[in-house]
Design a binder for this molecule. Structure first.
Ligand code: FE
Ligand code: CA
Length: 436
C-alpha cells in the first residue's frame, strides 16, 4: 500500500449481486491506521441480512454478508451462533471454519487468541512470518498473516463476528492491571492498535495508547443479551498457586471495578430470556490435572476467587437462572455446572459453562484423552471433556438452549471431517446441563 491516504467507497445492498443498493458512502483509509476502515452504517432495518462491498481506486473487494440484530426487546424465536477461540496459525489448518460455514449461523463469537505472538513452533504445518513480535508493524504483519487464510476470510464474509481478545493478542498470560512498565505499555499499545485496525470493532473501541474499551453489550432481540468481557486488560497479577490468601483476596480482580459494576448492573437490568457471558478463561473451578496432586490454575477465574464468588452469588440472588458462560483459552472442550461455593453438598447451580476448544492451537487433538476418567472424577460438576479441535454450536429459543460440540478429526492436514461429540440442553430458569 502507498504511504498516502486512499479514498474508499462502500456500498450496502439487499442482495448478493449488489443490485438493490440501500446505502453508499465514502471514507478514507490512512496509513496511520494501516489503511483500515471502520464503517458504521445507521438506518438499516432490524433483523435482516445485508451485503456489502468496498472499492478503492479500481479495486473491488469481495462481497461480504452481515445481518442486523432483531430490535431490542422484540419477540425473537431463535438464534444460532458458533463460538471459537485459539487459532494458532502455525499449528494447523482452519478446517473447522470450512464446516462452520455450513452451519446456517446468525453470528460468530470469537473468544480470544485470534493471533499468537510467538515465533514458529517446532514441527509447524506452516510458518509464522517472524519471530516473537513486539512492535506495531510486527503485530500488524502477524494479524495480516492470519487474515490471509481463505477459510477464515470466508467465515468473516459470511456472518458478523463478535470478537474479544485473550492474552496472546498481546502476550502470554497478560495481566494489564498490574506491573505496567513503560516497555509493557508500549508493546500493549502496539498490540491494541493493530487489533483495532484489523477487527470488526466500532469507533467506541478506538484505542488511546495502551487503553482500549473492548467490553460491551449486544442484544439479539428479546432473546439474548451478550456481555462481551475483557478479563485481561484490568486484571491484577495472577496470584501464586501456593498463596491462598492472595487467591481469596478481595483486592484481586479479573474484571476491574468499572467493568464489574457495568456487568452486575447490566445483568440485573437485563430483560432478555438469556444472558450470555462471552469471555476468555474458565469460571468453573476446574482441576486440570489427573493424579493425586491438584492442578488448579490461577490464570483462570480460580485465581480471583473473591470476585468469582461475588459474580456467581449475584447470579443466584437474581433468581433468573438464565445465565450461560461461554469460554475459550484452554484448548479443550469442557461442559460445566458452575457453583459459587464448591464445598456445599447441595449448593445450587449458579450458571452453566460451555468451554470451547481451539480452532488449531496444540495441533491434532484427541477425542478420548487418556486422563478423561480421572479428570471427570476429580471434577464432579464436569459433564464432558474432549481434546479435539473445533467449535461450539449454540441454538437458543426462549425456552431452551442447545449446545453441540463440533470437532474435526485432525488439523495438521486439510480436509478433516466434522463430528458432534456431545450435545447438551439448558432449560431457561433452570441452570445446569442436561443431556440432549
Ligand atoms: Fe490459546
Ligand atoms: Ca489464552
Amino acid at each position: 500500500m502507498p504511504e498516502v491516504p486512499v479514498d474508499v467507497e462502500w456500498v450496502v445492498a439487499e442482495d448478493e449481486k449488489m443490485e438493490r443498493v440501500v446505502q453508499r458512502g465514502k471514507t478514507t483509509a490512512t496509513p496511520e491506521w494501516a489503511h483500515s476502515v471502520h464503517v458504521e452504517v445507521a438506518g438499516l432495518q432490524p433483523d435482516r441480512w445485508y451485503w456489502y462491498q468496498f472499492k478503492a481506486g479500481d479495486e473491488l473487494s469481495p462481497v461480504g454478508r452481515t445481518r442486523t440484530m432483531p430490535a431490542a426487546g422484540s419477540p425473537t424465536e431463535k438464534l444460532r451462533f458458533a463460538f471459537a477461540s485459539c487459532q494458532r496459525y502455525d499449528q494447523g489448518f482452519y478446517t473447522a471454519y470450512e464446516h462452520m460455514a455450513n452451519e446456517d449461523l446468525d453470528l460468530v463469537v470469537f473468544l480470544g487468541d485470534y493471533i499468537y505472538e510467538s515465533g514458529t513452533k517446532k514441527n509447524a504445518v506452516r510458518p509464522h512470518n517472524s519471530g516473537r513480535i513486539f512492535t506495531l508493524s510486527e503485530y500488524r504483519n502477524r494479524i495480516a498473516l492470519y487474515k490471509t487464510d481463505p477459510l477464515l476470510q470466508r467465515m468473516h464474509a459470511l456472518v458478523p463476528w463478535v470478537v474479544t481478545w485473550d492474552d496472546h493478542e498481546t502476550w502470554n498470560n497478560m495481566a494489564g492491571g498490574a506491573d505496567r512498565s513503560d516497555e509493557e505499555l508500549a508493546r500493549r499499545a502496539a498490540a491494541y492498535k493493530a487489533y483495532y485496525e484489523h477487527m470488526p470493532l466500532r469507533r467506541v473501541s478506538l484505542p488511546s495508547g495502551p487503553d482500549m474499551l473492548l467490553y460491551r453489550g449486544l442484544s439479539f432481540g428479546g432473546l439474548a443479551n451478550f456481555f462481551v468481557l475483557d478479563t485481561r486488560q484490568y486484571r491484577t497479577k495472577q496470584p501464586k498457586l501456593d498463596s491462598p490468601q492472595d487467591i481469596m483476596s478481595p483486592k484481586a480482580t479479573i474484571l476491574g471495578g468499572a467493568q464489574r459494576e457495568w456487568l452486575f448492573r447490566g445483568l440485573q437490568q437485563s430483560p432478555t430470556q438469556w444472558n450470555v457471558l462471552a469471555q476468555q478463561v474458565p469460571i468453573a473451578r476446574i482441576d486440570f490435572k489427573a493424579g493425586e496432586a491438584p492442578g488448579y490454575n490461577t490464570d483462570k477465574w480460580f485465581g480471583y476467587e473473591s470476585e468469582r464468588r461475588r459474580l456467581l452469588d449475584h447470579l443466584l440472588a437474581m433468581r433468573r437462572g438464565n445465565t450461560v458462560v461461554i469460554t475459550g483459552d484452554v484448548h479443550a472442550n469442557y461442559a460445566n455446572d458452575v457453583f459459587a461455593d464448591y464445598r456445599g453438598e447441595k449448593a445450587p447451580v449458579a450458571a452453566t459453562e460451555f468451554v470451547g476448544t481451539s480452532i488449531t492451537s496444540d495441533g491434532d487433538g484427541e477425542a478420548n484423552p487418556a486422563d478423561r476418567e480421572a479428570l471427570l472424577a476429580k471434577n464432579p460438576f464436569m459433564r464432558f471433556y474432549n481434546r479435539e479441535r473445533g467449535y461450539v454450536l449454540c441454538e437458543l429459543t426462549p425456552k431452551t438452549w442447545r449446545t453441540d460440540y463440533r470437532t474435526v478429526e485432525y488439523v495438521r492436514q486439510p480436509g478433516a471431517p466434522i463430528h458432534t461429540r456431545a450435545s447438551f440442553v439448558v432449560e431457561n430458569g433452570r441452570p445446569g446441563l442436561q443431556k440432549a
